[in-house]
Design a protein around this ligand. Structure first.
Ligand SMILES: [Zn+2]
Length: 375
């Protein structure tokens, strides 16, 4: 029996998603979202995911057992096992019992007598952007990059090689002679010889056909720029309740991952048999089965998925934001290699001068690029 198992999760944003960075930055947007510090691509931190999963699992458990008891008294899963852990007023805090699916899977902040704690059986990675919708003059395209595809076990070679003339190109399954605009960025089109392999793999993860049929692969170097220049930005203003008119100085803007963004994250589930709580073995149940292997830890976390789809993640929930539909939740795939390098460089009439703001403008974060050592 393994000590842990990794489970891949793929989710589709049904609304724009705003997971706030909790601070302002100089620039046009006041309420920014969390970004990866190296690539600058927006993400949902694993800690945010763990928090909403915990809350929603506690809600689900509460609905199936509203009169649940622990430590000799009524101790409902929600809100007591959901929140921060420390008791406060009427809030009892985490029950910290070895038979509590919430406290064992997500950990608890204290033991009995306020001592100790437990790290939890499920660990959450950050949710990264796998596919990102961008307007083009041919309708929307979902862009991805070799780095992003590694999330689903695809190792893509042959994109963005040094010896190619057009380093800034968009790769599609078939060639077309006209360049394609991704938002404001006009790029020559190249053909990726094994593009179908990418499409098929994404279909296996239950990503809808209308998305899989409209993929576009871009070099890692370009991906952050295209994502960041196509985020949703909304502007709101506070209304003065007395006058019904806009409050002065109360205009603010906020950004979000747009609806249709596809995110990928992993849940690493530990083996409950390897842990003890206060010298007792973990004896929580999920659907009347003892939670005694990593797969059953996953089953507990899955109870959050219907809530994620309806209540969502992140802020601005009252402004129609945050719903995330989980499309896939199963064992992480092993790695497959895809080579694009046999691509016929048939975008011959490459409009060298027409790549809008020239390549130099979009290489600022070239540190993270891969020079896929393709054969
Ligand atoms: Zn509990």
């Amino acid at each position: 029996m393994p000590s842990y198992k990794k489970f891949l999760h793929i989710g589709l944003a049904l609304d724009p998603i705003h997971v706030g960075a909790g601070g302002a930055r100089l620039g046009r947007v006041e309420l920014t979202i969390v970004r990866d510090p190296v690539t600058r691509v927006p993400k949902i931190p694993g800690s945010s995911l763990a928090g909403v999963y915990r809350t929603y699992v506690a809600m689900a458990m509460h609905e199936s057992d509203p009169n649940r008891e622990a430590r000799g008294r009524r101790w409902p899963y929600y809100p007591h096992c959901a929140g921060l852990g420390q008791p406060r007023g009427d809030y009892l805090g985490h029950c910290a019992q070895p038979d509590c699916p919430v406290c064992t899977v997500f950990g608890f902040a204290r033991g009995r007598d306020q001592a100790g704690g437990f790290a939890g059986l499920a660990a959450f990675t950050d949710a990264h952007v796998l596919l990102f919708p961008v307007p083009t003059r041919q309708g929307p395209r979902w862009i991805t990059s070799p780095d992003a595809l590694q999330l689903v076990g695809l190792e893509v070679h042959g994109v963005d090689q040094k010896d190619q003339k057009d380093q800034n190109a968009v790769y599609l399954g078939s060639n077309q002679n006209t360049p394609l605009n991704l938002g404001w960025l006009l790029l020559p089109v190249m053909e990726c010889a094994h593009f179908k392999k990418i499409t098929q793999t994404l279909q296996e993860f239950k990503i809808p056909e209308y998305i899989c049929n409209r993929l576009a692969l871009v070099p890692d170097r370009l991906f952050p720029h295209i994502v960041n220049s196509n985020l949703e930005v909304r502007t709101s203003v506070a209304i003065n309740p007395a006058t019904g008119a806009a409050e002065e100085q109360a205009l603010f803007s906020y950004e979000a991952l747009p609806r249709g963004t596809v995110l990928a994250w992993e849940i690493i589930a530990k083996n409950p048999k390897h842990f003890r709580i206060e010298d007792k073995e973990i004896c929580a149940q999920v659907d009347r089965n003892k939670m005694d292997d990593p797969q059953k830890v996953l089953e507990v976390t899955k109870k959050a998925h219907p809530y994620l789809e309806h209540l969502g993640v992140g802020g601005m929930g009252t402004r129609g934001m945050g719903r995330l539909k989980v499309l896939f939740s199963d064992q992480s795939p092993s790695t497959q290699t895809v080579s694009c390098s046999a691509s016929s460089t048939s975008a011959t009439s490459s409009p060298s001068g027409s790549s809008a703001p020239s390549a130099g403008d979009v290489t600022a974060s070239s540190s993270g690029t891969e020079q896929g050592g393709a054969p």
